[in-house]
Write a protein that binds this ligand. Structure first.
Ligand code: SF4
Ligand code: SF4
Length: 305
C-alpha cells in the first residue's frame, strides 16, 4: 500500500484555526489517547474506536435512525426517541440518516489522500498567512504511521506542518512524526512526577524523555500549558515550566491555556461522566497572574491563550 492510501481514524477536521501554530491552519484530530486528563475537553477523542454522540435537544423523533440501524439501538415510543448503546457497532448509518445532527459519528477511517484533499481547500489562506496543517488528537503518536504519512504529504504540497502532542508515545513514533514536522505544540500538563499520574493517568518520565529527544534534534517546540485551578496552578509548577524553557534552546514560546469547561456537553452526548467538574474557569486577572509568574522566570515569550 502506498502511503497516500494509508488510513487513520479521524474524529474531526477544523478549518480556520488561529491558535494552533503559525497563520491560518486546518487541524486534523486523530482518535485515541492513552492519557486520561481530568479536565479533557475532547472526550470523543479518547477511545481508539468510533463512537456515536447523541444530542437529544436536536432530535425531532422522526425515526430515520431506527429505520437505518440493523441492531435495534434506536426506538421511537409515543414520538420519543430512545437510544441504547449496548449493541451499537458504531457503523455510523444512523448518524448519516439523521437530518438534524442529533447523532454524530466521532471516528471515521480516512485515507491520507482524502484528508489532504480537504486540508488543501484552504491553500490560499495558508499561503497568505504562513499557515498549514496541524495534526492533533487524541494523541497523534498513537497513529504515528498515518500521522507521518499525512504530514509528509502536506509538506510535499508545500504546507507548514505542526503536531499537537502530549508527548506520550514511543521514541520510534516520535521520530517518525518529527521527521515531517516543522513545529511541535508540546503539552506540559504537570511538572511534578509524583502528581502527574494522578491528573493524567500516565507517568511523566516517558514524556520528559521525548521532550529531551526533540531538544537533541533541535526541533522547534512551543510548550502548551493547560492550567487547571486546584490542580496545577502552583508557583512551583510555573517555575518548573520556565526552567524547562530555559534549558532547551529549541523552545520558542510558552502558551498558557486557562481551564475552560467547553467540552462538558460532549460527556453528556457520550453518556459518560466528566473527570473534573470541580474547577471553575479563572477570571482574566488570575490567568494573567499565571502568565506573569512564568514570565518572571524566563526570557522566552509567554502567551496567554
Ligand atoms: S434520526 Fe435524528 S432526529 Fe430523527 S429520531 Fe433519530 S436522532 Fe432523532
Ligand atoms: S452506529 Fe450503527 S449500530 Fe450504532 S446505533 Fe447507529 S446505526 Fe445502530
Amino acid at each position: 500500500m502506498n502511503s497516500e492510501q494509508q488510513t487513520g481514524l479521524v474524529f474531526d477536521v477544523q478549518r480556520f484555526s488561529l491558535d494552533d501554530g503559525p497563520g491560518i491552519r486546518t487541524i486534523v484530530f486523530l482518535k485515541g489517547c492513552p492519557l486520561r486528563c481530568l479536565w479533557c475537553h475532547n472526550p470523543e477523542g479518547l477511545c481508539a474506536r468510533p463512537e456515536i454522540l447523541y444530542t437529544p435537544d436536536h432530535c425531532t423523533g422522526c425515526g430515520r435512525c431506527a429505520a437505518a440501524c440493523d441492531n435495534g439501538c434506536h426506538t421511537i415510543a409515543d414520538g420519543v426517541h430512545v437510544f441504547r448503546r449496548e449493541n451499537c457497532t458504531a457503523c455510523g448509518k444512523c448518524a448519516d440518516a439523521c437530518l438534524n445532527e442529533a447523532l454524530r459519528l466521532a471516528g471515521r477511517r480516512r485515507t491520507v489522500d482524502d484528508v489532504l484533499e480537504e486540508v488543501l481547500l484552504d491553500r490560499p489562506f495558508y499561503e497568505q498567512s504562513g499557515g498549514g496543517l496541524t495534526v492533533s488528537g487524541g494523541e497523534p503518536l498513537l497513529q504515528a504511521d498515518f500521522a507521518a504519512a499525512l504530514l509528509r504529504a502536506a509538506k510535499e504540497s508545500g504546507l507548514n506542518t505542526c503536531v499537537e502532542t502530549s508527548g506520550f508515545g514511543s521514541a520510534e513514533a516520535l521520530d517518525a512524526v518529527a521527521a515531517q514536522t516543522d513545529l511541535f505544540l508540546f503539552d506540559i500538563k504537570e511538572t511534578d512526577a509524583q502528581r502527574h499520574p494522578g491528573c493524567t493517568g500516565v507517568p511523566l518520565a516517558p514524556i520528559s524523555a521525548n521532550l529531551k529527544r526533540l531538544a537533541e534534534r533541535q526541533k522547534p517546540v512551543i510548550l502548551r500549558c493547560p492550567i487547571i485551578p486546584g490542580c496545577n496552578d502552583r508557583t512551583d509548577h510555573f517555575a518548573a515550566v520556565a526552567a524547562l524553557a530555559n534549558e532547551m534552546p529549541n523552545v520558542r514560546e510558552i502558551h498558557v491555556e486557562p481551564y475552560h469547561p467547553w467540552g462538558r456537553d460532549k460527556y453528556d452526548q457520550l453518556d459518560r461522566a466528566p473527570g473534573y467538574d470541580r474547577a471553575t474557569p479563572p477570571d482574566k486577572e488570575v490567568a494573567e497572574g499565571w502568565a506573569t509568574a512564568i514570565r518572571a522566570a524566563t526570557d522566552k515569550p509567554v502567551r496567554l491563550l
